[in-house]
Design a binder for this molecule. Sequence first.
Ligand code: ADP
Length: 514
Amino acid sequence: MNSPVLPRSADASKAHEGLSEGVRRFLSEPRKLLIGGKWMAAASGKTFEVVNPANGRVVATVAEADKTDVDLAVAAADKAFTSGPWPKMTPSERAKIVWRIGDLLMKHADELAELEAVDNGKPFTYAKAVDVAVSAETFYYMAGWATKLEGSTLPLSYNLAPGTAYHAYTMRCPVGVVGQIIPWNFPLLMAAWKLAPALAAGNTIVLKPAEETPLSALRLGEILQEAGVPDGVVNIVTGFGETAGAAIVANKTVRKVAFTGSTEVGKIIVRAAADDLKRVSLELGGKSPNIILDDADLEQAIPGAANAIFFNSGQMCTAGSRLFVQEGVYEQVIEGIAAIAKQLKVGPGLDPSSQIGPLVSDVQFQRVTGYLRSGAEQGAKAACGGQRWGKEGYFVEPTLLVDVNSEMKVYREEIFGPVVSAVRFKDVDEELIRQANDTIYGLAAGLWTRDLAKAHQISSKLDAGSVWVNTYNVLDPALPFGGFKQSGWGREQGHAVFEHYTELKSVCMAYPAQ
Ligand code: ADP
């Protein structure tokens, strides 16, 4: 779809109301693809519109990449990997560039947070304090690894050639051209999670942001250039999943695909990548249990459980969307969470007082309100919320569902909205663990208790890549993150992520024994 800038509303100033001068300027030009260090229109000339989910207004147009553009981007990444300045750099030179990206993110924090607010819809205040700040921390943390990706020396025992000795060692090599496909819920942060370790390890990259939220990644592209990332090392292609995304997975030069998104698309990617056995890492959906025991400190547990589901309007793969509350504190917890939900300030991302923004798009709005209808039809009751909020934009009230049973769709399926299903339980026993683990997912879990023994016993039995005790959603760059079961393959963050972005090579040299 070819479209001029801001076609739906001739009044661009309305769509850009409340934005700083620099961001207005950034949005008033059609944004282009970053390929081989140059900003270029899609070969087809196509563009698509970016909509502010708080009011449905078009805030920008961006280039719509397809296979032709993706193949060009992969060729640029390949050239940068084999013959550009990147492979010749020392680890320390790479580390300094990766660190500088973090500094520049902080320098441009306001601008990036504004972009997230009008693109994804999230509150500016959180975008700045969480998305931008944690993105910067991710680059700082990963910069440190560039100089520490070591191998080992290995004593060999098996010797077919008497008189020969061996010197054997391992080394970690970059994988090569990496394709990275990211979702819309944390646009900048997901780009940081993907790019920072891949760069630290010396790979080159083709990154595709989600079509709903391409803006901060494009601004990040400019920042990467300012930080000194050589041409072609990071290429950014905006476009749709079935075209641009699929073209990345299909390209034979791409050696590895890192994907964050839905479980459904994760499976499509695995099938497509099987053709040439690309390395694939996947961070997919979740339906995480959050368990509150009778002995929990409710002053922590109640706001903690509310935040576990309502933060980012519930658009988080780790959202604590199945709440298990022990019967002694059930009423108090339900009342407490409902009271918090009613006080949360829902509103547009650019309003500094907003705590809950809109859902990202009309598609998500239809999906989440569809789940609310399904819950009501199947007999769930809303202790709070349950409706659309306001008259424009894609807002949904923070919702706590009770009278839920395990057959209901709202209990079983990932909603990706501010909707939590609460279930009462009697005893801390195997049945509680069975219920908590009774899902196809295994991404995260929460537990609130003062009993140290129970905390250890339960944590060890939960099928989840991350377990948070008396806290929730702690996603530090040092902590490995990823899922059991259908929540994904592999771990991001921490040094575990370098399993994805390096190949381990064994080198064995023979020399005459004395
Ligand atoms: P959601 O359901 O949360 O919108 P998706 O899994 O559909 O998430 O999308 C996450 C990312 O995957 C986006 O960047 C999207 O463009 C991309 N994508 C969607 N379909 C495909 C596909 N068939 N191949 C590659 N990438 C895809």
